[in-house]
Ligand binder design. Structure first.
Ligand SMILES: [Zn+2]
Length: 207
């Protein structure tokens, strides 16, 4: 059972969004080719889904600006611009993404007191989203993942997939992903590879 996990391909992370990832929208045609390929038995998408005033937003911390480090529930936290607030346009999937091909959507980031980069659990690694149990119940043996942003939500999701789904082959599709910071992307790819994630291109996934 082969699954594709699309991470946060939402308006908020595309060029007109509130937390734009450079060229974030360029993952959409690649993701659509993967969705439409017939190579996957199951297609899952994660969706960053914050309540207004979420604790990861700089606006929730007087005197803090976006992209500074701050604290959240006693731990260091990157201060983000307000983004992907529930039920706003910013939180919707990119309009060109073939969302009708998605079998299951995993929302994350609803707890205002902790951020959740990974689609599997919050950054404290305390609260699980339930995605690992879902994929296990579906009998998934191979998981390809991609999306936005490589150096945050994609990386943490890939590392959690390796740790939380023992025996499942995990691959990162590089050209179906974009990151925020080039040095961060390189470090993220190195870390994923070191931890057992196979780095591939979409041509490998479609072959
Ligand atoms: Zn977020």
């Amino acid at each position: 059972m082969k699954a594709l996990l699309l991470i946060d391909i939402q308006n908020g992370f595309c060029p007109d969004g509130n937390l734009p990832v450079p060229d974030g929208d360029q993952v959409v045609p690649v993701a659509n080719a993967l969705i439409d390929s017939g190579r996957y038995d199951l297609i899952v998408a994660s969706q960053d889904w914050h309540p207004a005033g979420h604790g990861s937003f700089a606006s929730a911390h007087p005197g803090k600006k976006p992209f500074e480090m701050g604290m959240l529930s006693g731990k260091p936290q990157m201060m983000w611009p307000d983004h992907c607030v529930q039920n706003t346009e910013d939180a919707m999937f990119h309009p060109d993404l073939n969302a009708s091909g998605i079998d299951f959507v995993q929302q994350k980031g609803q707890n205002p007191a902790v951020d959740s980069y990974s689609a599997f659990r919050d950054n404290d690694q305390a609260a699980l989203t339930g995605l690992a149990a879902y994929l296990r119940a579906e009998g998934v043996t191979a998981l390809d993942l991609c999306g936005l942003a490589t150096d945050y939500c994609v990386k943490f999701s890939a590392l959690d997939a390796v740790e939380m789904l023992p025996g499942v082959t995990v691959r990162f599709i590089e050209d179906a992903s974009r990151g925020i910071d080039p040095a961060g992307v390189k470090a993220a790819i190195d870390e994923m590879r070191t931890r057992g994630v196979t780095i591939i291109g979409s041509q490998d996934a479609l072959a």
